[in-house]
Design a protein around this ligand. Structure first.
Ligand code: 4AD
Ligand code: MG
Length: 465
C-alpha cells in the first residue's frame, strides 16, 4: 500500500488542488442519504467547517454504511473534486472508508439539535465536539499564542512563577491550602495548633492567587517580564465571571510608570483583538451568527476607539449623578461592583474605561501611594459586557512607605523579607498588571458564562472531569 499523508480539512478547503487523491480522518457530524448516494459531513477539528464525503452506496458494504452515524470516527480516501452542491467548494468522492470507532446513536448524548450550555457543561468531556466549543478552544489557543508573540516581539521574558507559595501576602482572595498532612489525623503542637513542621514544606502553603510578587523580583533584574499561568481563588463566588482556577497574564516592568502601564494595557488588548480578527475569522463569524450578533462589531469598535481614562473619584461622581437604582451602593471609598463598571463602559462612555487612583483602603498593600495620602496609583481596565478585565498598578518602591503599609494592614512582615529586599537593594519605579485570560476569552467569543471558555471549569462544588 502506498503511504498517504493525512490532510487537514482546513487545508483541503483552503484551496487544495482538485483531482488529487487525498486521505482525511475525522468524526461524522451528519449523514444524509439521497437515492444511491450518502453525503457525510466530516469534521477533524482543524476548522469549524466540515468536508463533504460522497459515498456511492452500492460500492460499500451495507453494515459499514449503517455504522456511519453522528459521532463515529472515520478515515476516508478519495478524490478531491469541486462540488456541485451548495455550501461547499470541494468534496471528496470516497474510494476507501475505514471505520475507526462506532458511535451508538441511542446513547450518544450529542444530537444534531442544539443543546443548552448548561447541559453541555454536564458532558464537558464531549462538548469539544460541538461547533461552539471547537470555535472557543481554537480562539483560546490563538490568544495564548498571541500573548507570547506580543511580549516576545517586545523583549519581555516569560517568567515561570511558582504555583505553590508560602506567603499569604497578596490579599487577593481566599486561598486553597496545599498539604500532605493526614486530614483524618492532623498532627498538633503542644499548644494544640496544627503542626506544620510535620507538613511537606515544613510550613503552611497554598496555591498562588497571583504571580505578581515573584514577577516583581524578575522585573527588577531583567527589565520586562511576564507570567502566564494558572491562579487559584477559593472565593465562594458563583458568578458568570469568576472561576476558582483561572489563567492570568501578568507583565511587570522596571522603570515604567502608571501611564506607561495604561498604554501597555490598551495596546496589548487591542493587539489581541486585531490578532483574533485577522486569524480566527471563521470561528468569530460562526460565534457572531450563533451566540452573539454584536460580537464582531464590538471587537471592531473597541479597536477603533481610545480607552477613556479617568480617576476613581471622577467615576464615583458620575455614578452618584446617574439616575439609576443600584443594587450595591455607590460612594467614595466603596469598591465598584460589576453593575457600576458596566454602567461607565456601556452607558456613560460607551467604550473601554481605565480607572486610576483608587482609595488606598480598597486596594492591595503594594500599590504606590499618592501624595494625597488617601489614594494609590492603581489602574483597572473595564470592558463592555465584562467589567474589570485588567487590574494593576504602579508599585510602591519606597521601603519605608511599603513597610508602613504592611504593618498598618497587619500582614506578616517577616514572611515578605525577600520581597522587601528588592526595595532595599537598588529599588526602582516599576509597574505591572494582571489580565484575566478567561475574561478576555469571554470578550473575544461573546460567550456569556466563564465556565464555557475554559476546557474544564473549576467553581464551587464543581471539579468534575
Ligand atoms: O485584580 P486582580 O486580583 O489583580 C491581581 O491579582 C494583581 N496581582 C495583578 C497584577 O497587578 N499583576 O486580578 C487580575 C485580573 C482581574 O482583572 C480579572 O480579569 C481576573 O484577573 N480575575 C479573575 N478571573 C476569573 N475568575 C476570578 N475569580 C478572577 N479574579 C480575578
Ligand atoms: Mg482587581
Amino acid at each position: 500500500m502506498v503511504f498517504m499523508k493525512r490532510e487537514r480539512v482546513k487545508e483541503l478547503l483552503a484551496g487544495h488542488a482538485t483531482g488529487e487523491k487525498v486521505l482525511v480522518k475525522g468524526w461524522v457530524r451528519t449523514k444524509r442519504e439521497i437515492k444511491n448516494v450518502a453525503f457525510v459531513a466530516l469534521n477533524d477539528g482543524s476548522t469549524i467547517n466540515n468536508i463533504q464525503i460522497v459515498i456511492d452506496i452500492n460500492a460499500f458494504p451495507a453494515d459499514l454504511l449503517r455504522d456511519i452515524t453522528t459521532g463515529a470516527s472515520l478515515a476516508v480516501t478519495g478524490t478531491l473534486v469541486s462540488s456541485q452542491g451548495k455550501g461547499q467548494s470541494v468534496e471528496i468522492t470516497a474510494s476507501e472508508v475505514t471505520l475507526h470507532g462506532k458511535c451508538d446513536p441511542e446513547t450518544y448524548p450529542l444530537q444534531k439539535k442544539g443543546h443548552s450550555m448548561e447541559f453541555l457543561r454536564e458532558i464537558a468531556h464531549l462538548r469539544f465536539r460541538t461547533n461552539t466549543f471547537g470555535a472557543v478552544i481554537r480562539i483560546r489557543h490563538a490568544m495564548s499564542f498571541a500573548v507570547h508573540k506580543y511580549f516576545n516581539d517586545r523583549g519581555f521574558y516569560y517568567l515561570h512563577t511558582p504555583i505553590i507559595t508560602g506567603s499569604d501576602a497578596e490579599g487577593a482572595g481566599e486561598m486553597f491550602h496545599v498539604t500532605t498532612l493526614d486530614l483524618e489525623n492532623i498532627p498538633r503542637t503542644r499548644e494544640g495548633e496544627v503542626d506544620y513542621e510535620r507538613d511537606f514544606f515544613g510550613k503552611p502553603t497554598n496555591l498562588t492567587v497571583s504571580g505578581q510578587l515573584e514577577g516583581e523580583l524578575g522585573a527588577l533584574a531583567l527589565g520586562e517580564i511576564y507570567t502566564f499561568g494558572p491562579t487559584f481563588r477559593a472565593e465562594n463566588s458563583n458568578t458568570p465571571r469568576h472561576l476558582a482556577e483561572f489563567w492570568m497574564i501578568e507583565p511587570e516592568m522596571a522603570f515604567w510608570d502608571i501611564t506607561d502601564n495604561m498604554d501597555l494595557g490598551e495596546d496589548f488588548t487591542k493587539y489581541l483583538i486585531r490578532y483574533a480578527l485577522d486569524n480566527c475569522r471563521e470561528d468569530l463569524e460562526f460565534l457572531n451568527k450563533m451566540i452573539d450578533n454584536a460580537l464582531i462589531e464590538r471587537l471592531e469598535f473597541v479597536l477603533a476607539n481610545s480607552y477613556m481614562r479617568l480617576t476613581y473619584t471622577e467615576a464615583v461622581e458620575i455614578l452618584e449623578k446617574a439616575s439609576r437604582k443600584w443594587e450595591y451602593p455607590v460612594g467614595w471609598g466603596r469598591d465598584l461592583q460589576a453593575e457600576h463598571e458596566r454602567y461607565l463602559v456601556e452607558t456613560h462612555f460607551k467604550r473601554p474605561v481605565i480607572l486610576t487612583d483608587y482609595p488606598m483602603s480598597i486596594k492591595a498593600f503594594y500599590m504606590k501611594q499618592n501624595d494625597d495620602g488617601k489614594t494609590v496609583r492603581a489602574m483597572d481596565v473595564l470592558f463592555p459586557g465584562i467589567g474589570e478585565i485588567i487590574g494593576g498598578s504602579q508599585r510602591e518602591e519606597d521601603l519605608d512607605k511599603l513597610t508602613g503599609r504592611i504593618e498598618e494592614l497587619g500582614l506578616p512582615l517577616k514572611d515578605l523579607w525577600w520581597y522587601l529586599d528588592t526595595r532595599k537593594f537598588g529599588t526602582a519605579p516599576h509597574s505591572g498588571f494582571g489580565l484575566g485570560f478567561e475574561r478576555l476569552i469571554l470578550f473575544m467569543t461573546g460567550m456569556s458564562n466563564i465556565r464555557d471558555v475554559i476546557p474544564f471549569p473549576r467553581t464551587p462544588r464543581n471539579a468534575g472531569f
